[in-house]
Ligand binder design. Sequence first.
Ligand SMILES: *Cc1c(COP(=O)(O)O)cnc(C)c1O
Length: 421
Amino acid sequence: MQKPLPFDEQTIRRIAEQYPTPFYLYDEEGMRESCRSLNSAFSWCPGFREYFAVKALPNPYVLEVLKAEGLGADCSSLAELALSEKVGLTGEDLMFTSNNTQVHEYQRAVDLGAIINLDDLTHIDYLKDNVGLPELLCFRYNPGSAREGNVIIGKPEEAKYGFTEAQLFEGYKILRDAGVKRFGLHTMVASNELNGDFFVETARMVFDLAVRIHQQLGIKMEFVNLGGGIGIPYRPEHKPVDLAAVGQGVKKLYEQMIAGTPLDPLKVIMENGRMITGPHGFLVTKAIHHKHIYRDYVGVDACMSNLMRPGMYGAYHHITVLGKENAPHDRIVDVVGSLCENNDKFAINRELPAVERGDLLVIHDAGAHGHAMGFQYNGKLRCAELLVKKDGSVKMIRRAETMDDYFATLDFSGLQSAAGR
Ligand SMILES: *Cc1c(COP(=O)(O)O)cnc(C)c1O
């Protein structure tokens, strides 16, 4: 089965003549469409907002595009806060959902006026004593055995994130008594989940909690954050999540559980990364070698340091051999990089057409948790990122690293050997 590309063959070849492979190609218009379908699914909800999980694709040009579509930024580190600030996302455009957080990170989040989402009960005092409590605070709920979770995020029971239910009630009471005025409730129980009902159930869970917290503590929640985790169809036979159906499912619950109660209006928030940019990013790489031993291999000029999802999670990423979409896919190969790590494979036992040296391979669905997870192990350098705009023009939004970048953190002057200098 094939997966369509948003760019035609000639466009990709032309770009590959101008920029050395490997590189990432992002489709701006596709990203905008993803934002619009999510916003439209929740247009019934006044104050709905998607905060893009910056870690999925931390590039200011991408954040600028998403900002123009009305998205905020979900950050979990100082650097992500600083990056978001660079494109003018400040104050409540920022959600700070971190864990195991240090004072200087909280300080920056408070200074920026970000919505702080605490990950643990003990962080209330940690924040209060070191920075001071802001007027608005949110807690992250971990439902434990009440929810199953999924492969990427694991079982909630075994996950390091969030408060238990009992801690939530205790925590909100502490906030209330300390004079905090505005409250949010967050949870994140799945990643790359393709079953839309999962998110409707998450809404049921947090609506129910918001109601009980109101009953017991008199606290009126201002928003609930359903987290990110909407999946994307990595495999050609997968179907994308029906966002409109998710929106309608959550609306129905809202009408049953919230509308007409003192909690109404209650804002619904999400913080997806993958579904916004994932399907709209492609890693373009060139075949450089063949190898035939106990198995057949195609060696490419990208490696796991450019995209580690296959090596790390065994994740499937579809591969199109450019210009051979309709050729018989009658070879079974492993597509591999050059790391001295045997899990440096983009595909295992994949049916592909015969690949020649010089063929361009396009690795799909690499627009989230792709370049962002890059590393320099084995002296491999991160590649460039290119943004293709609606009019077909191409902008390099991050250059490829050079050897100078690799050496930038080293100081050779202390070496004994003269050769080092
Ligand atoms: C990673 C992460 C997200 C985004 O997850 P996706 O699967 O990319 O949607 C959202 N919120 C938090 C707290 C995260 O850690």
